[in-house]
Design a protein around this ligand. Sequence first.
Ligand code: SAH
Length: 393
Amino acid sequence: MKAIRLREGKERSLLRHHPWVFAGSVEKGKADAGETVRVEAHDGRFLAWGAYSPESQIRVRAWSFDVAERIDAAFFARRVQAAVAMRTRLGLDTNGVRLVHGETDGLPGLIVDRYDDILSAQFLFAGTERWKQAIADALLSTTGCTRLYERSDTHAREQEGLPPSTGWLRGDGSTTATLHEHGIRLTVDVAEGHKTGYYLDQRENRALFARLVKQFGAKSVLNCYSYTGGFSVAALAGGATEVVSVDSSGPALAHASAHVALNGFEPARHSVLDADVNGTLRQMLAEGRRFDAIVLDPPKFAPNAASADRASRAYKDINRLGLMLLNPGGLLLTFSCSGGISADLFHKIVAGAGMDAGVDAYLLQRLEAASDHPTTLYFPEGEYLKGLALLRR
Ligand code: SAH
C-alpha cells in the first residue's frame, strides 16, 4: 500500500473528517490514478484511506477514516447500502430519488439518481472510476434495478483528467423514464437530459411553489431558466392561468410543453420563450409586463470561490429585474446552485437587488435542496443549492 505523507499542519481537515486533500498539502508520495493510498500526517500517523488522483487539485479523496477498514468491493457495497437505506427511511413519495450524493454518502465523486427503474450515475473522479464495476454491481444488487446508465460527461471529470464516458453500464433499452412527484408527472431521458437526466434537487421547491401559487392566488407566472418546465407545471397545478417558460434551450422548452400536455393542462395556459433570460427580463420591463409569480433558477454562475464576484453581480442583476417585474403581493422564488456563493451571501445579494429595485419583500422561507441531497456536519461544500421564497410588499 502506497503512503501519501502530508506537510506539517495539513492533517487538520482530515482529522475533522473532511474528505479532501489538496495537492499543495502533500509532502511526498505518489500513486496511480484511483489507487488506494494510506494518507498519513507529517509524523507518520494514520489519517485516512483514500484514492489518489494525479491530475486533480484535490489529490486524494478519503474513503474511510477507520484504520481497520479494507477498501474493496465489500466496502463499496456497504456504503451503497447505507446510502440507499437512508433514502428508504426518508419515505419520499416519488420514484425519482437521489440515491448517492457523493462525499456526503462517503462515496466521493459518485452521484446516482434513480428514475423509476433506471439508475443514472456519474463517476466524477479517479477513485470512483477505478471501482466502477464493483460500484455498479453494488447498485444493482442493493436496489433490484437491472439497468444503469452512465453520465460521466461533466466538467468536474475533465478537471480530473478523465475522458467523458456515457452509455449503458448494465442493461439496455429505452433511456426514458416517467416520474411522479407531488401529483405531477415528468418524463426524463437519462441519455439526453442535463446532469444525470433531471433536477431532482428542486422537487420540494417545485411542490412548495404549487402551494404558494395557490395560496396567494397567483395567476400570471414567469418561469426563468425553466429547463423542462418543472416549476411551470407546478404553477399550473397551483391554479395559474398564464405561465411563460423562458430558457435558451429549444429542446428543453419543447419538453416543457410536452410536460404541460402530459399533466392534462390546457396548452393555451402555457407559452415558451427561447431566449436569454437577462435580455428577456429587460425587454419585459420595458414593455411594462408584470407577473404574480416569478421563478429564477439559473445555472451555476460561480463554480468556485474565484468567480464569486462576477457571479454575485449576475445574480444581483437578474434578481433586481425579477423583483421589478413582480406585481405588489407577488411571489419570487430565487435560487443559486453555486458552491462559491454561501446562503448568507446569496441573501445579501438579493437584499442588494431589492435596494436597487426599490422593492421590499417578506422572506417567506429559506430554501435548499431536497432531503435526498443531504449535507453532513463535516462537509459544508455539500450545501450547494440555496434559495429564498419572497413575497413582494
Ligand atoms: N428550474 C429547472 C432547472 C433549471 S437548470 C428545473 O426545476 O428543472 C438551468 C437552465 O437554464 C437550463 O435549462 C439551461 O438551458 C438554462 N439557461 C442557461 N443559461 C441561460 C440563459 N442565459 N438564458 C436562458 N436560459 C439559460
